[in-house]
Design a protein around this ligand. Structure first.
Ligand code: ADP
Length: 236
């Protein structure tokens, strides 16, 4: 994988001359956002900030257990903007995000996009928006076959990226699980929420003059898609 750390053309300096690598990854559920974010985080050495993971962590740690958030996420609907905006704002203030970050799953609504734009503009940071475009039927097939290691977070797919031993994580031997919101009915709900609430956010970025890099992520291995993403970033 090509080292993008020297790719100065892509990232614009913050208040100082330091580079801030701010990437916003867009794509419907099942577009491979999480996988691409993990690959990018390794080559750019900036944290992967996934609002879905952060919300699930909150539930697991007990701070939100039994609250309306659990039901909202299980139904595939979106958690209120107020909660997510506050959570992301706090996270972006952490030390490890000072040199950049990869946002995965945020912003998902126009309200969130407005908050993020304000926050970034106030710091002179120009984000790179990447849209992973994937065909609807491919998404359904991917999501229903998705398996997750609950310990290390590695994602598998029963058809396109199976573990070496069925049902078991290659890395740590943990038993793989299906996420609660990966059932077909919930998947359709999540795709619907994406269409209604998140697609307009992409439009917002486009019409407000942000450069949106369109990447065809319908076929090819995660490595192939990653190469496409890196190539587009080099020429952005
Ligand atoms: P996916 O992108 O595959 O739907 P995520 O892990 O990003 O999965 O999100 C899982 C769930 O977490 C969403 O369906 C939603 O309920 C909640 N969520 C994640 N990010 C946000 C966000 N930015 N705003 C509101 N809800 C969110």
């Amino acid at each position: 994988m090509k080292d993008l750390r020297r790719d100065r053309a892509v990232f614009v300096g913050a208040a100082s001359s330091d580079l801030v690598k701010a990437i916003v990854l867009f794509g419907s559920p099942g577009s491979g956002k999480g996988t691409q974010a993990k690959m990018l985080t390794q080559c750019l050495r900036v944290p992967h900030i996934s609002t879905g993971d952060m919300l699930r962590d909150r539930i697991r740690s007990g701070s939100e257990a039994g609250t309306a958030m659990v039901a909202t996420m299980q139904s595939g609907a979106l958690v209120p903007d107020l909660v997510v905006n506050e959570m992301v704002k706090e996270r972006l203030r952490e030390r490890d995000a000072a040199r950049g970050f990869i946002l995965d799953g945020y912003p998902r609504t126009l309200d969130q996009a407005g908050r993020l734009s304000e926050w970034l503009a106030g710091r002179g940071i120009h984000e790179v928006v990447i849209h992973l475009a994937v065909d609807y039927n491919v998404i359904i097939a991917r999501l229903t076959g998705r398996r997750l290691c609950p310990r290390c977070g590695t994602l598998y797919n029963v058809s396109s990226h199976p573990p070496r031993v069925e049902g078991v994580c290659d890395r740590d031997g943990e038993k793989l699980v299906i996420r609660d919101d990966d059932s077909e009915a919930v998947i359709r709900g999540r795709l619907d929420a994406y269409d209604r609430q998140t697609r307009p956010v992409l439009e917002y970025f486009r019409i407000s003059g942000h450069r949106v890099l369109e990447v065809d992520a319908s076929d090819g291995s995660p490595e192939t898609v990653n190469r496409k993403v890196c190539q587009m970033m080099e020429t952005a």
